[in-house]
Design a protein around this ligand. Structure first.
Ligand SMILES: Cc1cc2nc3c(=O)[nH]c(=O)nc-3n(C[C@H](O)[C@H](O)[C@H](O)COP(=O)(O)O)c2cc1C
Length: 356
């Protein structure tokens, strides 16, 4: 149980005032768990976080995984608990449970493309049933007194772009903010993020903050998202894995501030793994870390070999050994000043926003 302190509530209120430019960590299943959210908060710059998506029915049934996914902590506030489901009464019941446990914000997932989520009528399946989606939003707003926000996409496919219409209806229903991923369900996580349609969403719901999402990986393309769409905040997912310092860099508009060093990145990686171990235990944490590590090593120079080793890592001791070994071999890629030789510079992370 978490207590809703006055500071958290007023901080949260200002995020939804439209006067404040909000930087949010986007929800990512398997990544934005409590230990990661706490850690990224410690770097500063993040105003708002979201849990990974939580199945409303599993929460009602008191399933351990749903309870763990919806756990909050005082040092990670405000944090929205993201719910998904295709049955309005279940969404209401789950929202009421969370409210009674001290949640201060609930986000409805209307964008997840995973077949498992669609099968139950949740996530982006709601984009095929816009009037039902609006009913769900209205019902949740009426059932609890904490703010409800929505995360959605442009539409199910390019033939059915409904986000501007939906955004207007959500605003009228009392939804407090919308995160819009500038892709359709059909596009999944690749292809171009459409800034023109995000701008239409901003214009269709002028009374509430709209957070632009998709492919924000640098300060430069954060500004492109902001300036081309007029959005009131940014939601950053994968960009925060490639570069956990991104929020601070955007806040200080310091595209040219010195990038984190190799040692900073290694320290961050180790801190992340340690935080996971403390929360989930060594075996589960090391297993989870196998898919997280490549996001970090990608920025360090040639990483195929270290990734291969990390993909089999099953203990912290083994992790330290792999990294020591990597440090020894990485010397081959460095110049006399200890910097990566230009041939080994990592390729910039691809972002469709770079083409705007
Ligand atoms: C591994 C992964 C898991 C994700 N899980 C969720 C989720 O639980 N809820 C959600 O609304 N979006 C989820 N997303 C979508 C992201 O929040 C975001 O909309 C998308 O990745 C585009 O933003 P980005 O380019 O900043 O990552 C997920 C994305 C990825 C890559």
């Amino acid at each position: 149980m978490i207590s809703r302190t006055n500071t958290t509530l007023s901080k949260q209120k200002s995020l939804f005032s439209k006067k404040y430019f909000t930087l949010a960590l986007a929800p990512m299943a398997g990544y934005t768990n409590l230990p990661f959210r706490r850690l990224i908060r410690s770097l500063g710059g993040v105003d708002l976080t979201f849990t990974e998506l939580v199945n409303a029915r599993s929460l009602i049934e008191n399933k351990k995984e749903a309870l763990q996914l919806s756990s909050l902590s005082q040092d990670d506030m405000p944090c929205g608990i993201q719910l998904f489901g295709g049955v309005i009464n279940e969404m209401i019941e789950a929202a009421k449970i969370l409210e009674s446990q001290g949640a201060s914000l609930i986000d409805i997932n209307m964008g997840c493309p995973a077949p498992k989520v669609l099968k139950g009528g949740g996530g982006s399946a709601l984009l095929k049933e816009p009037f039902f989606a609006i009913q769900m939003a209205e019902a949740l707003v009426k059932s609890v007194s904490i703010p409800i926000t929505i995360k959605t996409r442009l539409g199910f496919d390019s033939e059915h772009i409904i986000a501007p219409m939906l955004a207007h209806a959500f605003q009228e229903s009392g939804i407090q903010a919308i995160t819009i991923h500038g892709r359709t369900r059909e596009q999944g996580f690749s292809g171009t993020v459409n800034l023109e349609i995000i701008q239409q969403v901003v214009e269709a719901a002028p009374k509430i903050p709209i957070f632009g999402n998709g492919d924000i990986t640098t300060v430069k393309n954060a500004l492109i998202m902001k300036n081309k769409t007029g959005c009131s905040g940014l939601s950053i997912g994968r960009g925060a894995l490639y570069n956990p310092w991104i929020f601070n860099q955007i806040k200080s508009s310091s595209a040219h501030s010195s990038p984190p060093s190799f040692e900073d990145r290694l320290q961050w990686m180790e801190n992340h793994l340690k935080a996971l171990i403390e929360y989930y235990g060594e075996t589960s944490a090391c297993c989870q870390f196998r898919k997280i590590a490549p996001f970090y090593t990608r920025r360090m120079g040639p990483s195929r070999e270290v990734n291969r080793a990390l993909s089999q890592c099953s203990s912290f001791a083994q992790y330290l050994e792999i990294i020591e070994n990597y440090k020894g071999k990485r010397i081959l890629f460095l110049d006399e000043n200890g910097e990566l030789k230009p041939t080994y510079y990592p390729q910039p992370v691809h972002s469709s926003l770079d083409f705007y």
